[in-house]
Design a protein around this ligand. Structure first.
Ligand code: ADP
Ligand code: MG
Length: 617
């Protein structure tokens, strides 16, 4: 093929790919435009997870009739004039690409009336070409409807995820902006139904309650005033800026870090609850996310992540937002200073709040809770210790499950001395000798002794029992005396709603109950002693991690999760009778040697090994 310049249409479709990846990116760009236009109320409507329709309406300044076609041209913007403007961007948009990109790959209808104009204008574009234009009456502001996204780029369509995943991504974007702009009223609608809305009161806490539910919002801690150096600025509604000591890069630097963090007792299975904004723009920054996580060092169980909603403000000339067309990455002139400011703000908030700060201080306590030396236990009440141990246990286990290679390694590693020299068969009959460390049961078998991990063993037992019940469609269900309410984030709620039938197969009777609230009416019987809300949250978190595998796999995964929740934890003292029952049930298992995640349930020390160790052989 000879070299030739691509047609304008093809070129713009290619360029569109960088800005518009999926329905939620359309939502993001349109919402950013509405915010730039000074809107006080923004309504977002999606149909079919945004594939059929994404519509964003605002009451902002509107687009002047004379400029409306121009707005859809590439590199057309009202927010930037001169190359110097790029050095200090104060608006969310500035590249003049979004509308052109969106229009190139969809069918767009815009109705807008600019401030000071008597009538509005309606414009219709298909594949970037204007096909209709008319004057019409309209309230001040702009409504942009984007239909049939990627109708002319089939390759893109293939990469879209399920409707529920796309819905969830939209929920996430809208909730981020609602949190960053609490003074703006947001309303999100899916398929004609209001999913949620905010009141525009200006209080971040109000929005947090909408997005995360009142339960979570109540626990959050506003970021503390950093004590580093004379941060005497006046407090605004919830926080005041952090001033940093002079840095080599600037004489005087003002980086303000505000927001909310969760107490250490509130933790998630992944980093997705650490949300960062720089000058009102949602950004992805793994280093700053790490700064937040790092501030929780030793306070959270391994593998669990905190909640953080962090608003960073700094002079616009100290941050470059023009890194990528999607504008979600930024570069800081002094990245270290920002990192320190974030970490310090979070840490000081936690120190001020932490009920266990007697642990020995922040900078020095770098042992994992489980490894802490003597003295550590004494400083906590025993229950808390047991809880922590149990949690650490859970996480260890989870890690093993998470990465398949790890599981394999753990399962196949020959243990140094007490080797795992058991065949694949059933266990011999054993006699319970006792319990060590409230975590392991010692038994005696025909050839030496066994150390049984009570949690792993119980998990295995429950798993086999549950799978057997499930295979026969006979999961034992326990109806709850009092239905329990659970509040979820919009994204979680969408996800849960999708999986309600699946959960029903497994014995969960869960019903929607108002926006993002659900009631648990019944649970699998093995969970009787568990907190229904907690169990459901764990299951949802688990579902959030995955990219919808096969239905049967999902059910199995939920069952795994349920068994883990229901199993006896390490740290629980067992009576001789309880140990006997557990051991008998383990003996009855088909695969008694590992927990369902592949960790060993027991270690064997043969008579010969003992003899060797004592120098008898
Ligand atoms: P950018 O936001 O980078 O300027 P866009 O392609 O997103 O580029 O938008 C182009 C222009 O259209 C904007 O600069 C703005 O002037 C106008 N515009 C877009 N959306 C709106 C809106 N909701 N209200 C008012 N003006 C808008
Ligand atoms: Mg824009």
């Amino acid at each position: 093929m000879p070299i030739h310049v691509l047609s304008a249409q093809l070129a713009s479709q290619i360029a569109a790919g960088e800005v518009v990846e999926r329905p939620s990116s359309v939502v993001k760009e349109l919402v950013e435009n509405a915010l730039d236009a000074g809107a006080t109320a923004i309504t977002i409507e999606a149909r079919g997870g945004g594939r059929q329709l994404v519509q964003v309406g605002d009451d902002g300044c509107g687009i002047p009739a004379a400029e409306i076609e121009t707005a859809f041209l590439r590199h057309a913007t009202s927010k930037l004039n001169h190359v110097d403007d790029l050095k200090a961007i104060r608006t969310l948009g500035f590249r003049g690409e979004a509308l052109a990109a969106i229009a190139a790959v969809s069918q767009v209808t815009v109705v807008s009336r600019a401030i000071g104009e008597a009538t509005g204008t309606r414009l219709r574009l298909e594949g970037g070409q204007v096909v209709a234009r008319a004057a019409m009456g309209a309230p001040q502001g702009t409504v942009i409807a984007v239909e049939q996204l990627f109708y002319n780029v089939p390759a893109r369509l293939k990469f879209l995820k399920s409707v529920s995943t796309e819905k969830r991504l939209i929920d996430e974007f809208v909730s981020r902006y609602a949190l960053a702009y609490p003074q703006v009223r947001f309303r999100l609608m899916h398929d004609g139904r209001i999913a949620w809305q905010t009141n525009g009161s200006g209080s971040v806490l109000d929005v947090l309650a909408v997005v995360y539910g009142p339960e979570v919002a109540r626990q959050l801690l506003p970021l503390a005033e950093a004590t580093a150096s004379g941060g005497t600025a006046a407090r605004d509604d919830f926080l005041s800026p952090v001033s940093l000591p002079p840095s080599p890069h600037a004489e005087r630097k003002t980086i303000s870090v505000r927001g909310y963090v969760g107490p250490p007792s509130l933790h998630w299975a992944n980093r997705s609850q650490v949300t960062l904004f720089v000058n009102g723009r949602w950004v992805k920054d793994s280093s700053l996310t790490y700064a937040v996580i790092q501030a929780y060092h030793t306070l959270l169980p391994t593998g669990r992540y905190p909640f953080g909603l962090i608003f960073i403000h700094l002079p616009p000339e100290e941050v470059d937002v023009n890194v990528h067309p999607a504008k979600t990455e930024v570069r800081f002139q002094d990245a270290n200073a920002v990192f320190t400011a974030v970490q310090r703000a979070v840490r000081e908030t936690l120190v001020a709040d932490s009920p266990i700060r007697s642990l020995g201080g922040w900078s020095t306590a770098d042992d994992e809770p489980g490894d802490a030396g003597p003295g550590w236990v004494g400083e906590l009440d025993e229950q808390a210790f047991a809880r922590r141990q149990a949690q650490a246990e859970l996480d260890l286990d989870w890690v093993a499950h998470e990465t398949e290679t790890d599981t394999a390694v753990i399962a196949s590693q020959p243990l140094a001395l007490p080797s795992l020299n058991l065949g694949g068969e059933r266990l011999p009959i054993m006699r319970v000798v006792g319990q060590v460390g409230a975590a392991y049961i010692i038994t005696e078998g025909p050839d030496g002794l066994f150390l049984i991990d009570q949690h792993a063993a119980h998990e295995r037992i429950l798993y086999e029992q549950f799978m057997a019940q499930w295979a026969q469609n006979q999961v034992a269900v326990q109806t709850l005396m009092a239905a329990t309410a659970v509040y979820l984030t919009p994204a979680q709620a969408t996800l849960l709603e999708e999986y309600l039938p699946t959960l029903a197969n497994i014995g969960f009777q869960v019903e929607p109950f108002g926006p993002r609230a659900f009631t648990v009416r019944a649970m699998p019987a093995i969970l009787t002693c568990q907190d229904p809300a907690q169990v459901l949250l764990t299951v949802v978190e688990d579902l959030e991690r995955g990219d919808a595998p096969l239905q049967s796999k999902i059910e199995e995964r939920i069952i795994l999760r349920v068994c883990k929740s229901a199993a006896i934890k390490a740290g629980q003292t067992l009576s001789p009778r309880e140990m006997e029952v557990l051991v008998q049930q383990l003996e009855a298992c088909r695969s008694p040697h590992t927990c369902p995640h592949g960790r060993p349930t027991l270690i064997h020390l043969s008579v010969a090994q003992l003899a060797r160790q004592f120098g008898r052989l």
